[in-house]
Design a binder for this molecule. Structure first.
Ligand code: HEC
Ligand code: HEC
Length: 230
């Protein structure tokens, strides 16, 4: 497996170029061959919040990390490290003096990607038989599927997050942050969310929370515990 890391470098190039020179940013791609054993050791600190299974909590305090695309995890970690994405409780744990350099970050990301997903993540209030669910599905297809994929599978290459399997309350909070311009993402997605009525907003996130997951990505049961941390 190789993990690519480029957003950080792009950001530096942006800050070196001035508005007057309008230099095209040069995208430098760094590739790491990760060391999973080192990633497991590094994950110890993450597990205190995200839990050893990397499943987070159904109440949405902590996101599920298991199953997320490596490029998405990498981008989020670099954004949180630099403060571009503001998470005060986590930020100290992803600094040079705590987690170290990019090699360690790519190792922990590679370790997370070996973990199976929670088969019982947090769902929204309207089950698949409901009208709200159906309406949410139509909204999803119309507004979200072009980036996040028809099944919510996301896109590793383009760093579009996988939404399948994410806790409903976590997604609602993130989507609210995005809508209120408190989390920087693609402006087109922020505009989309801002244009939805409050009911449609809830319905589309509810729908996403019921998107089925490939069986092969799931742990055998919700009682599964990560043997690396026993
Ligand atoms: C002190 C608790 C804490 C620790 C330790 C911690 N995190 Fe987090 N992390 C959080 C919280 C809280 C959020 C979600 C914040 C929000 O709701 O916006 C988060 C979000 C994330 C996200 C973004 C996920 C997404 O899909 O949006 C990633 C990736 C992540 N953490 C990885 C890690 C890794 C890897 C480590 C270990 C190096 C770690 N975290 C350590 C609390 C923590
Ligand atoms: C133009 C492409 C695009 C469209 C359309 C789009 N998104 Fe996103 N979405 C993204 C990207 C890119 C991110 C990750 C942003 C980042 O890097 O922090 C994201 C992040 C998210 C997140 C946070 C995930 C996490 O793990 O933190 C949620 C929730 C979300 N999108 C929901 C939606 C919903 C609901 C719709 C439809 C109404 C939608 N998105 C439409 C590109 C898009």
């Amino acid at each position: 497996m190789k993990i690519t890391c480029y957003s950080f470098i792009t950001a530096i190039v942006f800050s070196l170029s001035t508005a007057a020179t309008a230099v095209e940013p040069i995208r430098v791609v760094l590739e790491f061959v990760p060391d999973i054993d080192n990633g497991r050791r590094t994950f110890d600190i993450c597990a205190r919040c995200h839990l050893p299974e990397a499943w987070g909590n159904n109440d949405g305090t902590y996101p599920q990390l298991a199953g997320q695309h490596v490029n998405v995890l990498m981008k989020q970690l670099l954004d949180i490290r630099s403060g571009r994405r503001v998470i005060p409780s986590m930020q100290p744990f992803v600094q040079q003096r705590t987690i170290g350099g990019y090699q360690n970050i790519s190792d922990v990301v590679a370790y997370i990607s070996t973990l199976p997903m929670n088969p019982a993540h947090g769902r929204g209030p309207w089950p698949p038989e409901s009208a709200e669910y159906r309406e949410g599905g139509e909204l999803y297809e119309q507004y979200c599927a072009s980036c996040h994929g028809a099944a919510g599978e996301g896109n590793n290459e383009l760093s579009y997050p996988r939404l399948q399997g994410q806790h409903y309350s976590y997604m609602s909070r993130q989507a609210r942050l995005v809508r209120n311009n408190m989390r920087r993402v693609k402006p087109s997605m922020a505009a989309l969310l801002a244009a939805l009525s409050a009911e449609d907003f809830d319905k589309v996130l509810n729908y996403i929370s019921y998107l089925p997951l490939p069986q092969a990505d799931l742990a055998p049961s919700a009682a599964w515990r990560n043997p690396d941390f026993q």
